[in-house]
Write a protein that binds this ligand. Structure first.
Ligand SMILES: [Ca+2]
Length: 431
């Protein structure tokens, strides 16, 4: 449109100038001619400018056309893209729904998160382990490079091996010495044992043969005899043995029975000589003998334990701390001392009637030998009499006629019915 307007304006003006020159008078220096020339020059310049602008316009038109073509191409491309996008829209919608579903699935998300954390931890641990390994490798390298340390270790190993060998040799030597010492000691010990055995054997044989050590039941008890029964004792320190009954159970055991009555089969109506030497049998009823009693009590202080058992089985007793009997020249005088303790009560030592019943200090009397303080003979007064330490006469008399109406005051006042007595014993034990 712009190109067409420019052509209409310039073409008529140029033709108008040229017609004027052809029709007038020619004067090269005239003003009209000069003006005309100047106009022609300007027209040429304008023509050149127009030509140039025309060329420019043509180029612009060409460019515009190219732009228009490009725009069309872009428009087509956009339309194609829109078409493609439209065709992909369903697939995009599906993907969007899947993504939304995954976002809503918290469990899966948490699992993924947990796994991720775990993986992170593993990675950290792996990193730490790698670091440790690296450090260790560096230390190993350092150590392996440390020749001085290695040399020290080798030196120490050598020293330890050397010391170990020396110690082994030393230990072996010590063991040999110890074994030799043990062997010699064992031989010496065996020789000593054999010598001691022979010594004890000979000594035991001597003791058994002579009975020099077994003076009473206490010796038997001290040698391990704990069963009550009849034993042999050697109160005179010679080969004269005496059979006695030993009570190994009462009040600690070791008691020697100087009198024992369990039946009336053994009469106690005996002579002075019989009481001196003893009579009866220890496993039943017996009197040990006044000489033996004196022998047993002359060297050591002794105690007396009187035991009386009644028909109902009730055992009664009285204990006197001090008991001894003098020899025959002194008429086997009785020495009795307290304290007296027991269930019988004291009927020998302190009866309340010292001039009549107390027996300590009294001589022994028998039916055939009157040593009592009474005008008559207490030992022979009671029908079938018996030997005893009488005063004027007694409060206790254990050798009376067994189960007889003549047995009077066996242990007054506790025992007043002598027929009820089933067993008596007089036990002595040295201190
Ligand atoms: Ca008399």
């Amino acid at each position: 449109m712009m190109f067409s307007i420019l052509l209409l304006i310039f073409v008529p003006k140029s033709e108008a100038k040229t017609g004027s020159l052809l029709t007038g008078t020619y004067d090269p220096n005239s003003t009209a001619l000069i003006n005309e020339r100047r106009d022609i020059q300007e027209i040429d310049v304008l023509r050149q400018i127009i030509n140039q602008e025309t060329l420019i316009c043509l180029a612009v038109v060409k460019d515009v056309k190219a732009v228009v073509d490009d725009v069309s191409s872009v428009k087509r491309s956009m339309e194609s893209t829109v078409t493609i996008v439209s065709s992909l829209q369903p697939a995009l919608n599906t993907l969007k729904r899947q993504v939304d579903f995954l976002i809503r699935d918290n469990t899966l998300a948490q699992n993924v998160k947990s796994l991720k954390s775990h993986v992170d931890i593993l990675l950290i641990q792996d990193k730490i382990s790698a670091q440790k390994i690296e450090n260790l490798e560096r230390r190993v390298d350092t150590l392996s490079k440390d020749n001085a340390l290695q040399q020290t270790v080798d030196t120490l190993k050598t020293r330890v091996n050397s010391l170990s060998r020396k110690q082994r040799r030393k230990n072996k030597k010590i063991v040999m010495i110890c074994e030799k010492t043990i062997q010699e000691t064992e031989q010496k010990f065996n020789r000593n044992i054999a010598e001691i055995y022979e010594l004890l054997k000979n000594r035991t044989l001597q003791i058994v043969k002579k009975g020099s050590k077994i003076t009473d039941c206490k010796d038997h008890y001290l040698q391990g005899q704990t069963q009550s029964g009849v034993y042999e004792i050697y109160p005179f320190h010679n080969e004269s043995q005496v059979s006695v009954y030993c009570d190994m159970e009462t009040e600690g055991g070791g008691w020697t029975a100087i009198q024992k009555r369990v039946s009336g089969s053994v009469s106690f109506n005996r002579t002075w000589a019989e009481y001196k030497n003893g009579f009866g049998t220890p496993n039943d009823s017996y009197w040990i003998g006044n000489d033996v009693i004196h022998q047993l009590t002359k060297r050591s202080n002794s105690s007396l334990y009187v035991s009386i058992t009644l028909q109902n089985g009730r055992p009664l007793y009285e204990f006197y701390l001090q008991f001894s009997v003098s020899d025959e020249k002194d008429n086997y005088k009785l020495f009795l001392g307290g304290p007296a303790t027991g269930t019988l009560g004291d009927s020998m030592l302190d009866t309340g009637y010292p001039n009549y019943s107390d027996l300590s200090g009294m001589s022994f009397s028998s039916p055939d030998k009157d040593n009592d303080r009474w005008s008559g003979n207490c030992a022979a007064f009671y029908g079938k009499g018996g030997g005893w330490w009488f005063n004027r006469c007694h409060g206790a008399f254990l050798n009376g006629p067994w189960s007889s109406a003549y047995w009077y005051r066996a242990w007054y006042p506790t025992i007043q019915r002598e027929s009820m007595v089933t067993e008596t014993m007089m036990l002595i034990r040295r201190h």
